[in-house]
Design a protein around this ligand. Sequence first.
Ligand SMILES: [Zn+2]
Ligand SMILES: [Zn+2]
Length: 250
Amino acid sequence: MLAIILFFLGHWFLSLFFHSFFLHRFASHKMYHTSKNWERVFYISTWLAQGSSFLVPRAYGVMHRMHHTYSDTEKDPHSPHFFKDVYQMMKSTIVIFRGFLTGKNLPDPQFTEAYLPIWDKLDKFGHHVITRIFFGALYTIFYIYFAPNYWWFLLLPIHFLMGPIQGAIVNWCGHKYGYSNYDNGDHSKNSTPWGIFLMGELFQNNHHFAKDDANFAKKWFEFDLTFFLMRGMHAVKIIRLIPAPLESQK
Ligand SMILES: [Zn+2]
Ligand SMILES: [Zn+2]
């Protein structure tokens, strides 16, 4: 049982860390500088951590930039205020995401102007259905070996869809439940302390107020775990944090 719990928590937090650190704070917002080699390490780590639910960085970046520009309006690709439940929101988000990858949806040029990390070969390989099934099979084999009984298999769908599930929790809860520090003209909210399980991503209200600030925590009682780890990486010079604009220090 311990092996399954550790595997679940390990997959949850590793997947979430690279989601937040690489897909969100680098691919979408470029909150830090890093060398090309480290960028590749983060890229591969994101793919390995998300595995069967790998989110291709360029599609993620474009869609997330749209989310900020159109937050909680009809053009927002995943506002909870335009869907009747979280499942419908996820379904629509996946259709838009796939559209960017197949070329069916062409992004507005304003969303591709800033740097987007692209690694064509890994994107194609990681996005391929066979690769996704392979990761899913690995998770299942682990459960076959270590799960004490079949009830634990109910956790498997979370492993299969880890990336989109974490994104859906942030987008749904982060724009629906919690408190606001700022009036951003949208429905973005903050959650603490249980937002710790989303590693800082549930401070959506703070983040929409200052989208280029790598630190999502603004009040003394808020803690952004991803930023805490990023400060460590900055100290050992793996990344170089870009100072936040002055107006976001309020
Ligand atoms: Zn948001
Ligand atoms: Zn953002």
